[in-house]
Design a protein around this ligand. Structure first.
Ligand SMILES: *[C@@H]1O[C@H](CO)[C@@H](O)[C@H](O)[C@H]1NC(C)=O
Length: 223
């Protein structure tokens, strides 16, 4: 048996390409969508839960949604970016699973994604977990509403009751969604234009109890 140098090079390249493709695939991707005014990159809201999840469940990776996170609350680019990330994954890494994490405007973007007609049935199937913090469209008494760790199940806000940005019923009933809202975060709890107390809205990232609880949720659904 004799291989020319070129043939050997071709074989090597092919083997390398295959290995590269597999290495690029992960068991899961944590898609993190930051809040208004945060710079492109990891959100301050999820650092603890993301690192704990990556430590505990092997072969995961974080991805930060690319969008402006501007004051105008325009989530269009975030929605397209999340859906593209999942659709690309379905093509190149069909076994990959996803968790969607959204903070504040990022939570709105996650709701817009879950409700988007552009999110295919196949894409919905590979979303194994969702974590929302400081969700401006939070509704009272949803299955997804977490109670404990400073978070309340029954938000008092009525302004949101007619919101079209709901957690889709199938997701809400699936157990996969954890929606955290501190009692003193008026972005998600009793959103009343006359109140602008956002003290609680900025505490999620530095609360070890909440970060640990959310990590346990992610670990449970991604394992
Ligand atoms: C939101 O952003 C998209 C994409 O950048 C843009 O096409 C659209 O016009 C914006 N919507 C509003 C209401 O500004």
């Amino acid at each position: 048996m004799h291989f020319s140098t070129a043939a050997v090079a071709a074989l090597t390249t092919t083997a390398f390409a295959a290995a590269t493709t597999r290495a690029d695939c992960h068991d899961y991707v944590l898609i993190s969508t930051r809040g208004t005014g945060e710079e492109q990159g990891p959100s301050i809201g999820f650092k603890g839960m993301i690192s704990q999840t990556l430590d505990k469940v092997p072969n995961g990776v974080e991805y930060d949604t690319v969008y402006p996170a501007g004051d105008d609350q325009n989530t269009t680019e975030a929605v397209s970016d999340m859906i593209k990330k999942i659709d690309d994954g379905l093509d190149s890494c069909p076994d990959q699973k996803y968790a969607l994490l959204g903070y504040s405007q990022g939570a709105t973007a996650v709701l817009d994604t879950l409700n988007s007609d552009d999110l295919s049935a196949a894409a919905k199937k590979v979303i194994d977990a969702v974590v929302l913090i400081g969700n401006p469209y939070r509704l009272p008494n949803q299955e997804s509403n977490v109670e404990g760790a400073g978070s309340v199940k029954k938000t008092t806000g009525e302004a949101n009751t007619l919101s079209t940005k709901r957690i889709p019923k199938a997701f809400d009933e699936s157990g996969k969604v954890a929606d955290y809202c501190y009692i003193d975060d008026y972005v998600c709890n009793d959103p009343d234009a006359s109140k602008d107390d956002e003290t609680g809205h900025l505490k999620y990232g530095s609360d070890d109890t909440l970060q640990h609880a959310a990590a346990q949720h992610l670990i449970k659904y991604l394992s």
